[in-house]
Design a binder for this molecule. Structure first.
Ligand SMILES: [Zn+2]
Length: 170
């Protein structure tokens, strides 16, 4: 997808995200309120208080094929366990207690904060197209941190680590 194509689509996707977040605002709860035991070892209390989670039967994804991006139809149909928009992430009900998934989505919350909506979505769409979902760099970063969490790594600041990683992207 060319930057020009992205510029055409971005306002629609952004508006769709705003509408989706507004429609789910009453169901959103702070991540901190769930008292996951491991998350505070890697995320600041400020981030856990700000980040919100919504449990759903199906994770909402923008309808890319309806705005002419048929190359993302696979993504649209992949039935994600979780997905993040700004400081809010959606997780399937049956995954509500999987702490590593919350951890993974929180990496995306940090990425959204540091990159902003336009840059996050541009990078995500571009790399998704070139590398596929699992190998897109924003996902690789999230999965790598999640793996450290699952391996019970020494506590570290994910926010600081992601900030440093993104700096190297230029
Ligand atoms: Zn992810």
């Amino acid at each position: 997808m060319t930057p020009e194509d992205f510029q055409k689509v971005f306002p629609f996707v952004r508006d769709w995200i705003y509408q989706t977040l507004a429609a789910n605002a009453v169901k959103a709860k702070s991540v901190a309120s769930f008292n996951f035991p491991g998350l505070p070892r890697y995320y600041s209390s400020g981030l856990l208080a700000r980040a919100k989670v919504v449990f759903v039967g199906k994770c909402p994804v923008p309808p890319p094929s309806s705005i002419g991006l048929s190359q993302f139809a696979d993504f649209e149909n992949m039935n994600a366990s979780g997905i993040t928009y700004f400081e809010t992430y959606f997780v399937l009900w049956q995954e509500a207690e999987r702490e590593s998934l919350q951890f993974h989505e929180l990496v995306h919350v940090v990425q959204w904060q540091l990159l902003g909506a336009e840059r996050f979505l541009a990078l995500y769409a571009d790399r998704l197209e070139k590398h596929g979902y699992r190998n897109s760099p924003l996902e690789v970063m999230a999965y790598d941190h999640e793996a450290r969490f699952n391996a019970n790594a020494q506590p570290y600041s994910v926010e600081a680590a992601v900030r440093q990683q993104l700096q190297h992207w230029g």
